[in-house]
Design a protein around this ligand. Structure first.
Ligand SMILES: NC(=[NH2+])NCCC[C@H](N)C(=O)O
Length: 413
């Protein structure tokens, strides 16, 4: 079975992939949290409660919620998948030969659920029993032999869907690079996904789902900054334009900063023609429109983002609702993912409850805001959009959009 995927940010959401935070969050300490990309040490059980409130809100609106660990455990029932994942996990050069040999066998003996736990929560040196190698004796007790993946919570980044295609990404930060071993294996081996057409891939130029906004069925914006490189954007643009999955890709340079690590920390869509955006950045956002002539990519010089986007989408105006009321509130609420909303349908969106001013503004503009708690979840710097990977959305196009000239397409390359 193949999934419909998504051709917009706001079409009615039918199926979503999430990750309920688990033991991997309990690995965070004040000494490793920076490297593991968390700004605080989350209270794990409260983070789980908050996540359950999030998924309840989704289910209450008819969304099918798929859990990454459940899919991974099912995937690991297939011996070929187990072999593949164990091979990739133990390829880490830090392990050395002896430990690698030992771990390959020890992991192969675990049942699918225990293996999924090690793959997500990692393995500390002092948790290893049954062997001692030169490497294990030289490493500190608390060193990880298999790194934990606390950022799996942000399922948006390690894979994302386009119409009938899924992109497995290539994550820029070392703390996250192993995530795509898991998502890649799910899409490759899980019976529900194994016929999916996969784009990009973990060993390619850096590209993260948080940077990719499906502005309209044939227009995709890609943030280029801390996580997605110019080269990642180029390969992705070529793939989607060639496959006819877009007519225009907009490359949008963003500051290489933690506060703006992905495009979706600055701007997300709440309706087919409306975004919520961080005003401090909005005026400065620019975009290069990239098109394909059947042989080559063409990138136009940078122009103001809002104008370029509206033109590519074939609408008069891309409407904007600003974060916060004043610059200080806007900066606080942007930091707390006030811009990082997940649309469940046009004009219905999920947001963290703490961003009161931004949520009021959205409501004033007629958006139905479904609020969820996020005090613990937010310590990883990600909101409802980052925590969701839409797998199936009803198609949605802005009213009155003109579709412009069709792009020439070529077979997958
Ligand atoms: N799409 C997003 N904005 N994702 C947020 C990811 C947050 C995560 N701690 C990281 O630094 O990678």
């Amino acid at each position: 079975m193949t999934f419909r995927g998504a051709d917009s940010e706001t079409g009615t959401l039918r199926t979503v992939l999430v990750h309920r935070p688990g033991p991997e969050l309990a690995r965070l300490t004040p000494r490793n949290n920076d490297q593991l990309l968390f700004d605080a040490i989350p209270w794990v059980s409260r983070a789980q409660e908050e996540h359950d409130a999030f998924t309840e809100a989704l289910r209450a609106r008819g969304v099918e919620v798929l859990y990454l660990v459940a899919l991974l455990t099912e995937t690991l029932q297939d011996p070929a998948a187990r072999h593949h994942v164990i091979d990739e996990t133990t390829a880490d050069p830090r392990l050395g030969l002896g430990l690698r040999r030992y771990l390959r066998e020890a992991l192969a003996d675990l049942d699918p659920s225990a293996l999924a736990t090690v793959l997500t929560a990692g393995l500390r040196n002092d948790e290893l029993s049954g062997t001692s190698t030169l490497v294990t004796s030289l490493l500190a007790h608390e060193d990880f032999l298999i790194d934990p993946l606390p950022n799996l919570l942000f399922t948006r980044d390690s894979s994302f869907w386009l119409p009938e295609h899924v992109a497995v990404t290539s994550l820029a930060m070392p703390a996250r690079s192993r995530e795509t071993q898991l998502t890649g294996s799910i899409y490759r081996f899980h019976p529900r996904f194994k016929d999916s057409t996969v784009l990009h891939g973990p060993h390619r130029e850096h590209l993260e789902g948080g940077d990719v906004l499906l502005l309209a069925p044939d227009v995709i914006a890609v943030g280029v900054g801390e996580r997605t490189t110019p080269a990642g954007c180029e390969r992705f643009a070529e793939q989607v334009l060639r496959h006819g999955l877009a007519r225009t890709v907009l490359a949008v340079p963003i500051a290489q900063d933690r506060a703006t690590m992905h495009l979706d920390t600055i701007v997300t869509m709440v309706d087919v023609d409306t975004v919520v955006v961080y005003p401090t950045m909005a005026a400065r956002l620019r975009a290069h429109a990239i098109t394909w002539d059947g042989e080559d990519l063409h990138a136009a010089p940078a122009r103001p983002f809002f104008e370029t986007a509206a033109e590519a989408m074939g609408i008069e105006e891309l409407h904007r609702i600003d974060t916060g009321l004043d610059p200080v509130t806007a900066e606080r609420e942007q930091w707390d993912d006030g811009n990082n909303t997940l649309a469940l349908a046009p004009r219905v969106t999920v947001a963290y409850e703490r961003n009161e001013q931004t949520n009021d503004r959205l409501r004033d503009a007629g958006i139905d805001v479904v609020t969820i708690p996020g005090s613990e979840l937010g310590s990883g710097r990600g909101g409802p959009r980052c925590m969701s990977c839409p797998i199936d959305r009803v198609s949605a196009r802005p009213p009155g959009a003109t579709t412009g000239s069709a792009a020439p397409t070529a077979p997958p390359g």
